[in-house]
Design a binder for this molecule. Structure first.
Ligand SMILES: [Zn+2]
Length: 328
């Protein structure tokens, strides 16, 4: 690996990892990847639509002599830290790829309404929920040109230089999350599907009929069965042992289910109360968590509760307009 400047490294010939800072976020930074080709380049994920991200990525792209007129974009999923900057970077001649379910979610714009009708019924104070949605990274989107997006399907290929990338549907972290796999070099651009030093957030916050954790685990198993030498994730360090990391992630979610069951063994509780009682990889105590982190935490607990309900281990009961959970 060749270090070119603090935030740019050449991971493989013509494949660059560009670390784009996310100040104030526990994620710290996002990895944007550039693949340089003779005719066209491809950028995978971009960073948020902020001055900080624009300057960092812009500087790296200038250093690498990237002509945006000759550059296409692949966005692994619709979260603001991956998609946000693409509207600034894409030129008229750029193709921008984003999976169908995430694009549909962006177009529908009813997400917030549904979330505000759902999460407070699980104990999240409504005023705090409104604030969380106001400062949510996705609220900063300046959506435009959504019609220009191209929707890849499972097995579609994108060729850049010597690399032929296969699109793999891996729902879980988002409804339509997609990875790119290069079978010759056996590399996987995993977006947030597989991360090394942190665990991807699996959230349920609008639709109780959907089980994102189940989808996520089967998407992990799908990748487990593929031969991967190197995982290039959306955040933090590159991962060399893909199967070991997948096993760790599956075990992590099993342990989280156990932790939630242990809380419910003491007494029935709503999702917000459960989130305040289990462990989080965050400094400080629950009461001091920023509201937006509480939002992510409760959304994650709800995805576990849904999974536990489907497995027949917990019961979800309506108490007036609100819901509580008890062990079965
Ligand atoms: Zn994400």
């Amino acid at each position: 690996m060749i270090l070119m400047m603090p935030q740019v490294e050449e991971v493989l010939p013509a494949i660059y990892r560009i670390e784009v800072p996310l100040a104030g976020s526990p994620l710290k930074s996002i990895n944007s990847y550039l693949i340089k080709g003779k005719e066209r380049n491809l950028i995978i994920d971009t960073g948020m639509d902020t001055d900080e991200c624009r300057q960092a990525l812009g500087q790296a792209l200038r250093l690498l002599n990237v002509d945006l007129q000759k550059t296409d974009f692949f966005i692994t999923h619709f979260h603001a830290d991956h998609l946000g900057l693409v509207f600034q970077l894409a030129s008229e001649k750029s193709s921008v790829f984003l999976n169908g379910p995430d694009l549909a979610a962006l177009k529908s714009a009813i997400f917030w309404k549904k979330a505000i009708g759902f999460v407070p019924r699980h104990g999240f104070p409504e005023s705090e929920a409104r604030y969380a949605l106001k400062i949510h990274p996705a609220s900063s989107f300046k959506l435009k040109d959504l019609e220009k997006f191209k929707v890849p399907s499972e097995g579609d290929t994108i060729t850049v230089g010597n690399y032929c990338l296969q699109c793999l549907e891996t729902p879980g972290h988002s409804h339509g999350n997609m990875c790119l796999y290069e079978p010759q070099e056996k590399i996987l651009f995993s977006g947030d599907h597989i991360l090394g030093d942190i665990t991807p957030n699996i959230a349920l916050n609008i639709d109780w009929s959907y089980n994102p954790l189940k989808k996520y685990i089967s998407s992990l198993e799908k990748i487990y069965n593929i031969d991967v030498n190197l995982v290039l994730p959306g955040h933090r360090s590159i991962i060399s042992n893909c199967r070991q990391r997948i096993t760790e992630l599956i075990n992590h979610h099993r342990q989280r289910n156990e932790e939630i069951l242990a809380v419910l063994k003491k007494s029935p509780a709503n999702a917000y109360e459960i989130a305040s009682k289990i462990s989080w990889d965050m400094p400080g105590t629950w009461d001091h968590f920023p509201v937006i982190q509480k939002w992510f935490a409760v959304s994650e607990v709800l995805s576990h509760l849904k999974d536990l309900e489907v497995k027949g281990l917990v019961l979800c009961e309506a108490l007036g307009d609100n819901f509580i959970f008890r062990r079965k």
